[in-house]
Design a protein around this ligand. Structure first.
Ligand SMILES: [Zn+2]
Length: 197
């Protein structure tokens, strides 16, 4: 977990990113001072800071006081969590849906916290595989459940707009930990709940 001081060091002063963006606009053959582009570098900096704000979030802040002791050992599933992320290879968006399930041991987490955990990792420079894994590991760390399953279905702008230009291809990744990894019946229950209309 990053200390406050470390975050300050890596987070440049306001305007530093915008200055680079202005140079990039020029290098792309545009006039950064024409009316439509005049404030684009500042807007882009703000947008990028928001889209990478997951670096400033940590799990303990999210989980804070939202763990509850329960006598419940059936699967908890939050499905169709929308997410938007940036692929670290092209800095282009990838987006889609994430389904998160776990089997509680003694604790459950407030349901609204699960989308916040998704956002914490989605709002970083990512690859879909790591995003999926990090969410599963964070749920494991937060809840200490018997197992966790995460399924991520995404579309990547870097595939849709450039390169192979395949607009309708989707990428599916999964991370199965604990009983979800060991037990086929648990995995199958998760996948059938996800696929149920
Ligand atoms: Zn990409």
């Amino acid at each position: 977990m990053k200390s406050k001081a470390a975050i300050k060091m890596i987070r440049p002063k306001g305007g530093a990113i915008a200055t680079h963006m202005e140079d990039m606009i020029r290098l792309l053959g545009e006039d950064p001072h024409r009316e439509g582009l005049a404030n684009t570098p500042q807007r882009w900096e703000k947008a990028m800071q928001y889209l990478t704000s997951g670096y400033q979030t940590n799990l303990s802040e999210i989980v804070n006081r939202a763990l509850f002791t329960v006598d419940f050992d059936e699967m908890v599933l939050v499905k169709n969590i929308e997410f938007f992320s940036l692929c670290e290879h092209h800095l282009l968006p990838f987006f889609g849906k994430i389904h998160v399930a776990y089997l509680p041991k003694t604790k459950v987490i407030g349901l609204s916290k699960i989308p916040r955990i998704v956002d914490m990792f989605a709002r970083r420079l990512q690859v879909q595989e790591r995003l999926t894994q990090q969410i599963a590991e964070a749920i494991t760390e937060a809840v200490a459940p018997r197992g966790v399953g995460v399924l991520c279905e995404a579309q990547h702008f870097c595939m849709m707009m450039r390169g192979v230009e395949k607009q309708h291809s989707g990428t599916v990744t999964s991370a199965m930990l604990g009983s979800f990894r060991r037990n086929k019946a648990t995995r199958d229950e998760f996948l059938s709940l996800v696929n149920r209309a």
